[in-house]
Design a protein around this ligand. Structure first.
Ligand code: MEV
Length: 331
């Protein structure tokens, strides 16, 4: 018998500017992508003759179905463990949820994760999966967690996925708001008014899946070999990001677009672009984009292009798809 199906979700993200340099302490701006989501649901199945109390994890997008105890180191198992331990220390704050006693792992439920965010496209699929799981597990135990707490939990899983993540992905996905982010500092949520105006961003996926960990590791090797040059690149990016924040504050899309294109140029020097990303950025520029750049880890994954308005965004999206993008969205 199935009952008590709970469902929570988490959004995807793009990095507007500052990726990679953010790993080295420079600022970056990230935006949530509300229409790209991962859903996690729990259903509670407890027939009277249930032999054991076990948590089952089902993730069809990665062909995974297993009992948590059989793969305790799997990232989805880890987020369930960490969230359960954490909520056990927190008071119940969702009085409408049934009281299931002390949060624990020896209980019986199924947790299913479904995602509309393509894996390996640097749109935050890993962080969104962890976030959706953490939210639904917390809710199952009658707790709603603050964004800062849930972000910290997901950061632990990001370390498994990415090695040395800055923490920007879990932060923007936890707050689901545009954020100004500096590693090790409290994030600054950018006033939403900046984004409520017409801000037409097109996201296009190259379809080339490259793990962020690989690209971040490659940048670290280059940085170790030639620290002075890479520090200069990162400083240059930091200055672009600061100007981008001002351009956002003044609703100056023309300046913002130029800064994005310049950011892409530096990312190419850093060695994180690829033919497919460059090709889509050039396509966007030829189609009249105000600016275009790779977004996130690079060497594949997605790029973003700033359109003049929503009508132009639809045109840009079509051009990007005609030029080989595997998927494209208007954010
Ligand atoms: C990933 O979205 C952005 C990177 O800067 C990695 C990180 O910040 O952890 C490439």
């Amino acid at each position: 018998m199935f009952f008590d199906r709970l469902q929570r979700s988490a959004c995807g993200k793009v990095i507007l500017c500052g990726e990679h340099a953010v790993v080295y302490g420079r600022p970056a701006i990230a935006l949530p992508v509300a229409q790209l989501r991962t859903h996690a649901s729990i259903w509670h199945d407890h027939p009277k003759d249930a032999p054991t109390d076990e948590i089952e994890i089902i993730a069809p997008d990665i062909n995974a179905r297993f009992k948590l105890n059989s793969r305790p180191q799997h990232p989805l198992s880890r987020i369930v463990q960490l969230t359960t331990e954490f909520v056990a220390q927190q008071p119940r704050n969702l009085p409408d949820m049934p009281d299931r006693g002390t949060p624990r792992l020896n209980c019986r439920y199924s947790l299913k994760v479904r995602s509309a965010i393509p894996v390996g496209s640097h749109l935050g699929s890993g962080a969104a999966a962890s976030m959706a799981c953490a939210r639904v597990v917390a809710e199952y135990w009658g707790r709603e967690l603050a964004p800062a707490d849930i972000s910290d939990l997901v950061y632990e899983i990001e370390k498994i996925h990415h090695g040395t993540p800055s923490g920007i992905d879990n932060t923007v996905i936890a707050y689901e708001k545009p954020v100004w982010f500096v590693k090790g500092e409290a994030p600054h949520v950018l006033p939403l008014a900046q984004f409520e105006r017409q801000f037409a961003l097109v996201i296009a996926d190259t379809g080339v899946a490259t793990p962020t960990k690989t690209v971040v590791g490659a940048v670290r090797e280059h940085w170790q070999k030639d620290t002075a040059t890479y520090e200069r690149y990162f400083d240059h990016i930091a200055s672009l990001v600061k100007h981008a924040r001002e351009a956002l504050q003044h609703s100056d899309d023309h300046v913002l677009g130029k800064l994005m294109t310049e950011n892409h140029r530096i990312l190419r020097h850093i060695g994180v672009s690829c033919i497919e990303l460059d090709h889509l950025c050039i396509t966007a520029q030829r189609a009249g984009a105000l600016g275009a750049k790779l977004s996130g880890g690079g060497r594949g994954g997605n790029m973003i292009a700033l359109a003049r308005d929503s009508h132009h965004a639809r045109y840009l999206r079509r051009q990007l798809l005609l030029s080989g993008a595997k998927r494209a969205w208007i954010a």
